[in-house]
Write a protein that binds this ligand. Structure first.
Ligand code: GLN
Length: 497
């Protein structure tokens, strides 16, 4: 029975469909696992035992009646606590939303329910998705299952840790600057930031609306593809949702053939600050891609070196506006409402008490960057850099099918190491941010352990907008070749919890 937690999502779905195991047994096995390990890991902020078992029973009933099951029917999933869930708390890792129960489901939540995916609960995250370590959660940090004294990445550290700790075979993240891919990289799991607009943002609590993108997290490329197809597609409730067919990502994940593909190494993502073992595994993977029949060339994207500063003007600017809604009147926390204070005073006291340091830092930075007299110099310049980055991508994709780089410059760092050094923290997303600014698609998948610390290294693959299938084609092929080479999957090397 404990082996059920080791199944991939694809294996779980077929075992349920074939009647080898019931969806209730699968859900219970994962709930038991959460019970056994999550005090140590702290991946979940809320576990919905009743809801999960009820969803599982529904799948078993459908099967008993001979109804057709969807491809992920009965598969458990861990949902980042930034998507609204009707009747289930949604905190965004913030004190500000403690006790708030949304009256509606996000489109993504609704699609998961319609696909009969079993939502186990809500996962820990940096407050309002701001951070790279999950240390900015108001509910305590999450541990990296490879080494509980290290960070699981962020902001979606809870989702990635739930996968690596075998608490769920599927998870959902959001990626504004890297929060799906960087946690994937440092936990040895797969994470995909779909093309901007591919997955609805309706009910995704906004951080930076022009960058935020929900996406799939899993332990295998095929599982990520199955989840991608379940959540992607046009949504009239999101004005930036793309009205076009979802690329055939499941088919691409199964191709296992990259002969003739042209792959570009981003030259700028190497050098000072990149850990030796990360570069070693990355370079070995480049060799593997060549052996698999791809043509690998080096590509220069000079504007990428400006991506981080541009991001730290655009994202805080949008956040300062988006988070203005937390005014103590509409949702969650209200402080000092004792009849003696004005509404403005209650708002101020609530925001002072409800937001953590990083969120305040960004609101102040964003408000400053948008203030009259500074707008052109800061926000305006950052938007111009954004255009230059898009042009670099366009030029690169004129010559190659996908780009690759390490996902992160280093492996998982110790909890506490960068907590008081925002600049060091921000560097974790050096390689992931350009794709958010340009809106294209990108994946991280494990490509080995760094020899110096035995911690996972991520390979990033980047594809043009609406060519998400290329990520899965390359990712699925590399994953299969690496597993062949190792004789097992990377997560089988993780120490037991
Ligand atoms: N780490 C980045 C930040 O702090 C990205 C966060 C994200 O993608 N949500 O903004």
């Amino acid at each position: 029975m404990t082996e059920l937690i080791k199944y991939t999502a694809a294996e779980t779905a077929s075992a349920i469909a074939n009647g080898e195991v019931s969806a209730v047994e699968v859900a219970q096995a994962h709930l038991d696992r959460i019970d056994a390990v999550d005090k140590k890991v702290n991946a979940f902020l809320h576990v919905d035992t009743e809801g999960a078992l009820a969803a599982a029973r529904k799948v078993d009933d459908k099967r008993a009646k001979g109804e057709r099951l969807s491809p992920l029917a009965g598969v458990p999933l861990a949902l980042k606590d930034v998507f609204t869930t009707r009747g289930i708390p949604t905190t965004c890792g913030s004190k500000m939303l403690e006790g708030w129960i949304p009256p509606y489901d996000a489109t993504l939540t609704r699609r998961l329910k319609d696909a009969d995916v079993v939502i186990l609960g809500k996962t820990n995250m940096d407050e309002f998705a701001m951070g790279s370590s999950t240390e900015n959660s108001a509910y305590g940090p999450t541990g990296n299952p490879w080494d509980l004294t290290r960070i699981p990445g962020g902001s979606g550290g809870g989702s990635a840790a739930a996968l690596a700790a075998f608490e769920a075979p599927l998870a959902i993240g959001t990626d504004t600057g890297g929060s799906i891919r960087q946690p994937g990289a440092v936990t040895g799991t797969v994470g995909v930031k779909p093309t901007y607009g591919a997955v609805s943002r309706y009910g995704l609590v906004a951080f930076s609306s022009s960058l935020d993108q929900g996406g799939p997290c899993a332990r295998t490329v095929l599982d990520a593809a199955l989840l991608h197809e379940a959540i992607a597609g046009h949504d009239p409730l999101d004005s930036t949702s793309i009205d076009a067919p979802v690329p055939a990502v499941v088919e691409a994940a199964k191709m296992r053939d990259i002969r003739g593909m042209r792959i570009g190494i981003v030259k700028e993502f190497a050098g000072e600050g990149y850990q030796a073992g990360v570069m070693q595994r990355f370079n070995e993977t480049v060799e593997l891609l060549r052996e698999l029949g791809a043509e690998v060339v080096e590509v220069s994207c000079p504007s990428f070196t400006l991506a981080l500063p541009a991001y730290y003007l655009i994202a805080p600017s949008e956040c300062s506006s988006n988070l203005a809604r937390f005014d103590a009147m509409r949702y969650g926390l209200r402080v000092g409402d004792d009849g003696t204070r004005s509404a403005e005073q209650v708002t101020a006291l609530t925001r002072e008490a409800g937001f953590g340091d990083e969120v305040k830092r960004r609101i102040i930075l964003g408000t400053y960057a948008l203030s009259s007299g500074y707008y052109d110099a800061y926000y305006g310049s950052a938007q111009k850099v954004r255009t230059l980055i898009s042009r670099d991508f366009d030029a690169a994709f004129a010559g190659v099918d996908v780009l690759i780089s390490p996902t992160t410059p280093t492996t998982a760092f110790p909890i506490g190491e960068r907590a008081d050094d925002p600049m060091a923290m921000y560097l974790a997303d050096l390689c992931t941010i350009p794709s958010n600014l340009a809106g294209n698609a990108a994946m991280s998948l494990p490509c080995g352990l760094a020899p110096e610390d035995n911690l996972p290294v991520g390979l990033q693959i980047i594809a043009p907008a609406m060519a998400d299938d290329r990520l899965y084609r390359v990712g699925g092929t590399v994953e299969a070749a690496l597993n062949d080479k190792w004789g097992h999957t990377l997560l089988e090397e993780a120490p037991a919890l």
